[in-house]
Ligand binder design. Structure first.
Ligand code: F6P
Length: 546
């Protein structure tokens, strides 16, 4: 039986018929406590979900749905290390990566906590050596630049977090993140660097990913050429982060310089594994531990809090309410922090690679809509770009607004506190305008000409969450990311899908490997794809002078 047929789902469908069209103006007018009651605090995060098209009863029904699909049991199974990733027959234990306990979780014959802490210790030692100048390059000079080469989960986490925590990073070091196989990515990242003082972190769970290995090979060439052709330099300038020691050795990196992780860490959940190495070098082991502790705080909250007070579960359930009952197809994430510029991109992989599925774990086709298109930009920039559609367009786009009471130290030092207040005023104004809008009467009362009135009416009733934290610290970033991870898990369990595989990305990779030789060959290739692709191959070959 699909979830759609369950009594809890049907109760929500019935409830939606009653409350779905109610306006937020009325919901707020009827329930004066709404703005303070429909909130939840977890760790340092405060979630105000009152500006959503729901009532207290909706929350009760959504929580009942979560209980009925066994979210609690599934969560415990995940934390225990059961093979909840059924299609790959793997445990899913990213939560163990940030658990401060150093032993006592046996999975598939290994104490995973012990292994995690052993790697964390090695990472810390390495990070300290690079930061302290003890790790020197081939010419004996200290390292000045760290270039992380990876893609997807082996890039987005550290790249997003480095930007987010830049203010907590060692400013004497330069950090770059290379992901794209577009050769300009590597070329731009290295153009002003000195090979003698550059360290590459090659990050790849599988160490077979075409983009990463190609970039790593080119980086090696750049380095060796730049250091007079001595191949021995690789040992001092390349470290690897991977689960695949064999492939790392095959590439030519000494496995003594490899930081391992495990198949029970999914790529998009690997940020707190050794994949975070370049970030740890940037912010130092101590602040990295604060980041991990932030994650752990949210992990424990998610595992133990009742669903009506469970921040990640509520985020997941409220989003599902829009996807499945209002037909919403996208979710905007709007951080009011320039430091979080890459957060929406990070969430795109987390959410869309996890829940962009149309088959349930048992192989049957889903009977409800799943996944949502996640997108966004920092405010206030987005306000001057796409918010028009959010306010007056014809599609419903639920939005998460993220805001921080205090600016980071750099802005404080420059005495920019007043500017931060203006920033926060925008953070408050936008959700308010979305929710309550402006009626024709109000517009007319302001003296608008009658023919302009319809254009200036703001319909309102556009839902949003506000997530507030005191300041964007390493711990707060950890709490935020963990909250979204568990939001994704909550949805996946309700939808009955496996949020931990990604078979959908395979076919394109296979086809790229088939097409590469057609572009590369000097003589005319066989044109045996489809008529459109064949014509495009011809065009691109011509453009390349072939
Ligand atoms: O795009 C598919 C994917 O497997 C992601 O899930 C993963 O994060 C990325 O490729 C990179 O993989 P790897 O870390 O093995 O290089």
């Amino acid at each position: 039986m699909g979830v759609r047929d369950s009594a809890e789902w049907q109760a929500l469908a019935e409830h939606h018929r009653e409350v779905g069209e109610r306006h937020l103006r009325d919901l707020f007018a009827e329930d004066p406590g709404r703005g303070t009651d429909l909130t939840v605090a977890a760790g340092d995060l405060y979630l105000d979900y009152s500006k959503n098209r729901l009532t207290r009863e909706t929350v009760r029904l959504l929580a009942a749905l979560a209980e009925s699909v066994g979210l609690r049991e599934r969560t415990e199974a995940m934390f225990r290390g059961e093979h909840v990733n059924t299609t790959e027959d793997r445990a899913v234990l990213h939560v163990a990566l940030r658990d401060p306990a150093t032993s006592g979780l046996e999975v598939d014959g290994h104490d995973v906590r012990q292994e995690v802490h052993e790697v964390l210790g090695r990472m810390a030692e390495f990070a300290d050596r690079v930061r302290g100048g003890e790790w020197t390059g081939h010419t004996g000079e200290r390292i000045r630049a760290v270039v992380n080469i990876g893609i997807g989960g082996s890039d987005l986490g550290p790249a997003m977090a480095y930007l987010a925590l830049r203010d907590s990073s060692d400013r004497s070091l330069t950090f770059r993140f290379v992901s794209n196989i577009d050769p300009t990515d590597l070329a731009e990242a290295t153009r002003d660097l000195d090979p003698a003082t550059t360290l590459f972190v090659v990050a790849s769970k599988t160490f077979t990913t075409q983009e990463t290995l190609t970039n790593a090979r080119e980086a090696r060439r750049w380095l060796v050429e730049g250091l007079g052709g001595d191949g021995k330099a690789v040992a001092e300038h390349f470290v690897a982060v991977s689960t695949n020691a064999e492939k790392v050795a095959e590439f030519g990196i000494d496995t003594a310089n490899m930081f391992g992780f495990w198949d029970w860490v999914g790529g998009r959940y690997s940020f707190t594994s050794a994949i975070g190495l370049s970030l740890m070098v940037a912010i130092g082991p101590e602040q990295y531990r604060e980041l991990l502790d932030g994650f752990h705080t949210m992990d424990e909250h998610f595992r133990t809090a009742p669903y009506e007070e469970n921040l990640p579960a509520l985020l997941g359930l409220i989003s599902l309410w829009y996807v499945d009952f209002f037909g919403a197809q996208s979710q905007a994430v709007l951080p009011y922090s320039q430091y979080l510029a890459r957060f929406p991109a990070y969430l795109q992989q987390l959410c869309m690679e996890s829940n962009g599925k149309s088959v349930r774990s048992d192989g049957s086709t889903v009977d409800v809509a799943t996944g949502e298109i996640v997108w966004g930009e920092p405010g206030t920039n987005g306000q001057h770009a796409f918010y028009q559609l959010l306010h007056q367009g014809t599609v419903l786009v639920p939005a998460d607004f993220l805001g921080f009471a205090q600016p980071n130290d750099l802005a404080r030092d420059r005495d920019l506190d007043g500017m931060h207040d203006l920033f926060l005023a925008n953070f408050l104004a936008q959700p308010r305008a979305l929710a309550f809008g402006r009626t024709a009467e109000e517009v007319a009362a302001e003296g608008a000409a009658p023919d302009v009135v319809p254009h200036r009416v703001m319909p309102g009733n556009r839902p949003s969450n506000a997530i507030v934290a005191p300041k964007l610290t390493p711990s707060v970033l950890g709490q935020l990311v963990a909250a979204y991870e568990h939001r994704v898990f909550t949805q996946g369990v309700v939808w009955g899908i496996n949020s931990f595989d990604q078979w959908g990305v395979e076919l394109g990779k296979v086809m790229a490997n088939q097409l590469a030789p057609k572009l590369q060959s000097e003589s005319a290739p066989e044109y045996d794809a489809d008529s459109s692709t064949d014509a495009l191959v011809r065009l691109l070959r011509e453009g390349r002078g072939r």
